[in-house]
Design a protein around this ligand. Structure first.
Ligand code: BG6
Ligand code: MG
Length: 219
């Protein structure tokens, strides 16, 4: 691997938006009269908005009409937008800016590979939008993670082969997507949850200075 590029997931890697998704989904669970815990919320990480609603309704053991589902999807996103439109650069997770600086200094290109349709807005809010060589988000894919589509499009934007791409992910579905794309996977967060990843770090501050340089020396 003499040349590499990096694909970053957004939610849970660069920003902690899970808390905002949680609050917005919880409002729906409250309205429908069932408990939705932060533990339940783990199941929604990395998962598309539509699939998240299905999982939420399964948790509550509730069936609703297609029309009602559409209404909830719209209201959930309105509530979520209420939170993310207030986000600023101070919500960038520790180590993220420094890692991007390091990649810029070493000339390693990076793109975004996120399931979120709100990814461009969030990146603009926190002032990182212009730093990425490309953005692949929930608007540009037809198949959700663990399907590799989002990362394979990312590899095209990097003008690299999948095997030359390194994916940073906090979700099980995302690590699976990276594996399915035959890319190097880096799990950010709990090592036990993300044990299928090739490399694990609790957060981005733990990524060693020479991590990418060492990857490039591997075959
Ligand atoms: C992922 C999040 O990044 O984006 C999921 O981890 C979320 O929790 C998904 O459901 C879709 O986000 P959005 O912003 O399109 O509703
Ligand atoms: Mg994520």
């Amino acid at each position: 691997m003499n040349k590499i590029g990096v694909i970053f997931d957004l939610d849970g890697v660069i920003v902690d938006t899970a808390k905002y998704h949680y609050l917005a989904w919880k409002k729906i669970a409250d309205a429908l009269g069932f408990e939705f815990t932060e533990e339940h919320n783990e199941l929604l990480k990395g998962v598309s908005r539509v699939r998240s609603l299905e999982i939420l309704l399964d948790i509550g053991n509730i069936e609703i009409s297609e029309e009602k589902k559409q209404e909830y999807l719209v209201s959930k996103n309105e509530d979520y937008l209420g939170f993310i439109t207030k986000m600023e650069a101070d919500e960038i997770l520790p180590g993220a800016s420094e890692l991007l600086d390091h990649l810029d200094e070493t000339g390693i290109k990076y793109v975004l590979g996120s399931a979120s349709k709100n990814a461009p807005l969030i990146l603009k809010q926190i002032g990182l939008y212009d730093r990425f060589a490309g953005i692949v988000d929930g608007n540009s894919v037809s198949k959700a993670k663990p399907d590799p589509e989002v990362f394979l499009i990312g590899a095209k934007k990097l003008e690299l082969e999948p095997g030359q791409c390194v994916v940073f992910e906090d979700a099980i579905a995302g690590i699976e997507a990276a594996k399915n794309a035959k890319m190097v996977s880096v799990g950010i967060g709990d090592e036990n949850t993300l044990k299928k990843a090739d490399y694990n770090f609790n957060n981005l501050t733990e990524v060693p200075e020479n991590f990418f340089e060492r990857l490039m020396t591997l075959n």
